[in-house]
Design a protein around this ligand. Structure first.
Ligand SMILES: NC(=O)c1ccc[n+]([C@@H]2O[C@H](COP(=O)([O-])OP(=O)(O)OC[C@H]3O[C@@H](n4cnc5c(N)ncnc54)[C@H](O)[C@@H]3O)[C@@H](O)[C@H]2O)c1
Length: 330
């Protein structure tokens, strides 16, 4: 069966594509290979995927609807997993248009393609950032998420609203996945676990915001991939009699959290990295950054109910794999 994975050269898209290929799917990968971070990393990931002849790659920008539609013309595509996006909270304060381009224009093109080419299930990346200024924890998909604190979060929330519209109007089953701080080998250099590792190894100081008083629900990449794979064949069904909450609809629409469900204090995270690397971190404590949130913590009740799965990789194990990969790769 064919599956279209957008953002296939990205961190999560690479791992997911590898897993789908191992499960014998034909993966059609799309990515514009932009230079938000080191393109060599994207090319290295791609090189590995391209060793499998069931992988077909298109260097296409989602905002280019004509090129995107050509891919749907040339392949029958029952399932789409949209991971391509402009990611990153801090960058969105300085480059908002990049988020509008990829996350809004790009996403509406994906929705239109799903509509015109009768896609049977669209899964797409949302983010824990949509919880924004919410303070009730754990964050539940039944909570309202109307107070985003970055344009990145606002575009992810907008994706959920746009998906709902297409589920409602055109009966397209859509599954929104709110990922919580994903980490692991082949990860993203713009994320703290990656830059902290680099700086601790090189003896540079690391910047720790809100004086370290933060908690993150760090989720290992393999758990994210497992969650996505388990939801592939669970397209939401329409149900005119369903009792509604913000994660459901009468239309075939559903939102899930995929997170580790065990938030870790930032300072404990840094101590784990120090232990794994074998160096002490030089820490520069700084105030809270605009756009950041103090804590993330996923309620995964729905994921457990539908997919029968809970992420479980302990931070020390997952970070150990990352540090090992980092040393080898760099
Ligand atoms: N990694 C995390 O912690 C995390 C957390 C929450 C949500 N997410 C979401 O998960 C998805 C994947 O994240 P990731 O960590 O793998 O990020 P990533 O940046 O490594 O991957 C995204 C990929 O999409 C590509 N891309 C961006 N804009 C594009 C466009 N307009 N057209 C085609 N390709 C484009 C990029 O080149 C990149 O390779 C994103 O939607 C992100 O917002 C990630």
């Amino acid at each position: 069966m064919n599956i279209l994975v957008t953002g296939a050269a990205g961190f999560i898209g690479f791992h997911l594509s590898k897993r789908l290929l191992a499960e014998n799917y034909h993966v059609i990968g799309v990515d514009n290979l932009n230079d938000y971070y080191d393109v060599r990393l994207k090319n290295e990931r791609l090189k590995q995927l391209e060793t499998n002849d069931k992988f077909t790659f298109y260097k296409v920008d989602l905002a280019d609807s004509a090129c995107l539609n050509e891919i749907f013309e040339s392949h029958s595509i029952p399932i789409v997993i949209n991971l391509a996006a402009q990611a990153g909270v801090r960058y969105s304060l300085t480059h908002p248009h990049s988020y509008v381009h990829s996350n809004l224009v790009g996403f509406v093109n994906i929705l239109e393609a799903c509509r015109h080419y009768q896609v049977e299930h669209l899964l797409y990346a949302s983010s824990s950032s949509v919880y924004g200024a919410n303070t009730k924890t754990p964050f539940s998909t039944t909570d309202s998420v109307d107070h985003p604190v970055s344009i990145y979060a606002a575009t992810k929330k907008a994706n959920e609203l746009m998906a709902h519209t297409y589920s409602h109007l055109f009966n397209i089953p859509t599954t929104g996945l709110r990922f919580f701080t994903v980490y692991g080998p082949w990860g993203r250099p713009d994320m703290a676990y990656y830059s902290f590792t680099k700086d601790i190894i090189e003896g540079n100081s690391i910047k720790v915001y809100n004086n370290g008083d933060m908690r993150r629900d760090f989720t290992y990449i393999d758990d994210i991939v497992e969650g996505i794979v388990k939801l592939l064949d669970q397209p939401p069904e329409p149900d005119p009699n369903r009792d509604l909450d913000p994660s459901t609809s009468h239309a075939p629409y559903k939102i899930y959290n995929i997170g580790n469900n065990r938030p870790v204090r930032l300072m404990d995270f840094i101590h784990t990295l120090e232990y794994l690397i074998g160096n002490k971190a030089k820490i520069e404590f700084l105030p809270m950054q605009p756009g950041d949130v103090k804590e993330t913590y996923a309620d995964i009740t729905d994921l457990q109910k539908t997919a029968g799965f809970s992420p479980a990789t302990p931070l020390e194990t997952g970070l150990g794999h990352f540090v090992e990969w980092y040393k080898q790769f760099h």
